[in-house]
Structure formats: C-alpha cells, structure tokens
Design a protein. Sequence first.
Length: 208
Amino acid sequence: MKRGFALLLAALTLCAVARAAGHPPDAGTAPEYADVDMHANEGVSIAADPFDTEDRTHFFRLDYLKYGLMPIRIIVTNTGDRPISLDDVRIQFISAEDDRIPAANPDEIDRRMNHTGNPMDKKLNVPFPLPHGKGSNQKIDDDMYDFGFPGTTVDPHKTLSGFLLYDVSTLDKPVLQGAQIYVKMVKDHDGNELFPFTIDLNKMQAKP
C-alpha cells in the first residue's frame, strides 16, 4: 500500500470546504526562517515553524496544543528552474531523545482529542500517512483543508507551505529543545530523490 504524502493530502482535500476560523500569518519563503535547511546545489530550501503557544494558534478552530498536538508549518521554497514533487515525502518530528513521530492524519487527531481519560497519557504511533479519507470531526477536517498543504508540486521559483500536526504529548518538556524536523523523499522533476533535509528547531524563529 502506498503511504506517500499525496495520500494524506488526498484525505484532506476530500473534506468539505468551510470558511476558515481565522488567518495565520503569511508564510513567506523558507530562507527567511532561522530554522531552515538550504540545499543550494539542488535549489530547494525547507523551513519549519512550530506554533507552540496559544497566541500563535488562535486561528485554528480547535485547541490542539491542549491535547499535546503541536502544529508545525512546513515551508518549501524551490529556487530552481524545474518543479519538485512532494508526492512521496516523509516529514518526521525527531525529539532530543530520538523519538521519531510522523505527522498525524485527521482520524488520528480525532482519536487523540476524544481519548477518554487524561488526553496527555497516550501517544499514537500509526505510520504516516494512512489513506483514511475524511475524519469524523468536521472542525478538524476544516482546519486541515484550510491550513494544510494545498498541493504536492512546488513550481519553479515558488513556495508551498502548510501545517502538519504532531503528537508530542508524551515527550519530555521543553518539547522543542534539541528537536528536529527530518524530511526525505523530496524528488526532482525526473523522479530523483534529493538529499534529506534536517531542520533544527531550537533556533529563534525569524517570522512573527
């Protein structure tokens, strides 16, 4: 079963279109961020921007941080002359203790937020992503539709960005200290895999 990024995107785009609860700040381009890995020879830069405080996540319909789900915006900038593909990309959160956490899909987010008992006492370890389709919580679906990735092709001299949610509920605090975002399976126009991207998350963010 193919488990590429495109399947998660397909699941999100099956969600009903709804008006966003708010508007996140403009993403800009990847090189504008402190937390970035720039591959000059390949013409691709990828940045990560954790939204780890309530004042930064006000535009979401639900309080994901309350349940240990951290929204992280991934920004991909293509400065080359040919498109790149995110169809098969893997984007993992790696903690300082080397916990490797895939991005959660809508069903996983819903299970986390509706877990009976203490919502902070369980971590879901389902491989990313699974082709579940539409989740059971409309607000989650709407958030993922409005704020997730709008596609999997990054055109030449363009930037593509979107939010992914990571279940960091069982990690030692502070969660971001010593953590990284690891991105692999980004491919060029000919289907060749680019070198993996490693983005440290313990730097000061350049964007507001």
